[in-house]
Structure formats: structure tokens, C-alpha cells
Design a protein around this ligand. Structure first.
Ligand SMILES: [Fe+2]
Length: 261
């Protein structure tokens, strides 16, 4: 298996190039414009891989995505959750669906809360084991913190509270059901705008360590979790709305699709 994290330390963004070099195929998750669409193609080629899937864990509000540009360059649709509603060519990913790249199997888990369309990908190397090895947790679970629930355009106080409750369920009913030894690879680290105050500058961790040491996961019940998350929200980044629209493929004045955020 090829596993290449590709980071932007300035904005605290993490993208991933994963593949099976035995069959020569790869998937790119959360490609970054700061890295450049072409760079992913070059990195894949350096490892003898052709990119077959491009996945967005959610519509990002803190940085410019390269997903649409990479999709256009490779003539591939971008795979994301149906609630994302981008304007560029895309393929909806349902909860429970599996993306297979040779022996690498990525099971899609819908883990909303940070945004309604947030996905996690639970990975297995099927040549070695049928049990999960690691998970790309998008902006649901970070190292030291969890995704903020207030960056979706137009949300009021009640909607943000509902999103935080949704995040609690995504964490406790989904991601924390994974065994302790499963590694987590989030979409952000450090001082990223998408998380709270306690995100680590170390990009990766395990489910077990976060279960014990992540402050947001120590809340004993949903109400305590809501008080913790909603009481510690950072100011939203001033360009969040513009970046979400850009990452949906919308111009500054283009109306969003009816069912979109
Ligand atoms: Fe995000």
C-alpha cells in the first residue's frame, strides 16, 4: 500500500494520496489548491499510480480545494456526500458505500456535524486483515479537538446547536465505535480554522488516545458536549462564506442550488 499525506502547514490542512502499487491505482482525498492539482498527478505517477477516485470529506470553508481542478484534469467526477450539491461534475457517496483501490478498501461513513455533508473513510488493507486499520476522519475528529459546527452559511443559533448534537452522534455512535488501535488521519491539524482551541500540531493520532485525551470526548453526555463545543467557538474566518462558494464551484453572485447549503 502507498500512503502519502500531503500537508499545508500554513493553513493546517492535510490531504492524502492512497493507493495500491501492486495494481497501480490510487485515491486522492481532500486535495489542496495550495499544493496544486498537477502535484497530485505527479506524486501518484512517481509511485506508479493512476488516480481513479477523488474524494472530498466535505465542502471546505477554510481553504481552496483542488478537487474540481483535479477532476477536470483527470476527467473524473469528484466523490462526495449528496448533501454537498457542488456545481462541478460529481458522484454522490452513500453511507456504507465502499471505494476499492486494489487491496485498499475505504468504507464511507456519513459523520455530519461540522457540516451536513461530512464524511469519514474507514480503511482496510484486505491483503492483511478485514478489520479497520485507519480512518480518514475529515473534520469530524481531530487530534485534540473536534470539528466546529458553525461554519455552514446561513445557520442560526438553533441550527448550530443541532449540528453540534449531530456531531456528538457522529463521534459516539460511529467513530468511537472503532477499536482503540485504529489510527486517525484528519483533514486538519494545528491552528486550522475548522477546529476548536485544542487542536494539536501533531497531525495524526489513534482512536484510543483521542478517546482518553481529547477534551471534547471527555464530556460525559450530549449536553456537556454541547456546552463544551458551543462555549469555546472561535470567531469564524472572515472568508468562510466565499471559500465555501468557491469550493462549490459557485461565483460570488451565483445563487446556491435549492437544496444546497
Ligand atoms: Fe472543514
Amino acid at each position: 500500500m502507498v500512503f502519502l499525506p500531503i500537508l499545508d502547514p500554513v493553513l493546517g490542512c492535510a490531504s492524502y494520496l492512497l493507493g495500491d502499487d501492486a495494481v497501480g491505482t490510487a485515491v486522492v482525498v481532500d486535495p489542496l489548491e495550495a499544493v496544486g492539482a498537477d502535484a497530485y498527478i505527479v506524486r501518484a505517477a512517481e509511485h506508479g499510480l493512476a488516480i481513479e477516485h477523488i474524494v472530498e470529506s466535505h465542502v471546505h470553508a477554510d481553504h481552496a480545494s483542488a478537487a474540481a481542478a483535479l477532476g477536470a484534469a483527470l476527467r473524473l467526477p469528484v466523490s462526495l456526500h449528496p448533501d454537498a450539491h457542488p456545481t462541478y461534475p460529481h458522484r454522490p457517496l452513500a453511507d456504507g458505500e465502499e471505494i476499492a483501490v486494489g487491496s485498499l478498501a475505504l468504507t464511507v461513513w456519513h459523520t455530519p456535524g461540522h457540516t451536513p455533508d461530512s464524511l469519514s473513510l474507514v480503511a482496510r488493507d484486505t491483503t492483511r486483515s478485514q478489520t479497520p486499520w485507519f480512518a480518514l476522519t475529515g473534520d469530524a475528529l481531530f487530534v485534540g479537538d473536534v470539528g466546529r459546527p458553525d461554519l455552514v452559511e446561513g445557520e442560526g443559533e438553533e441550527a448550530v446547536r443541532a449540528a453540534a448534537a449531530s456531531l456528538y452522534r457522529s463521534l459516539h455512535q460511529r467513530l468511537l465505535t472503532l477499536p482503540d488501535e485504529v489510527e486517525i488521519y484528519p483533514a486538519h491539524y494545528g491552528a486550522s480554522a475548522c477546529g476548536g482551541l485544542f487542536m494539536s500540531r501533531k497531525p495524526w493520532s489513534t482512536v484510543g488516545f483521542e478517546r482518553r485525551a481529547n477534551r471534547a470526548l471527555q464530556a460525559p453526555d450530549e449536553q456537556s458536549f454541547l456546552r463544551h463545543v458551543l462555549g469555546l467557538l472561535k470567531p469564524p474566518p472572515p472568508d468562510a462564506r466565499a471559500l465555501r462558494r468557491r469550493n462549490l464551484g459557485l461565483g460570488p453572485d451565483t445563487p446556491a442550488p435549492e437544496a444546497g447549503p
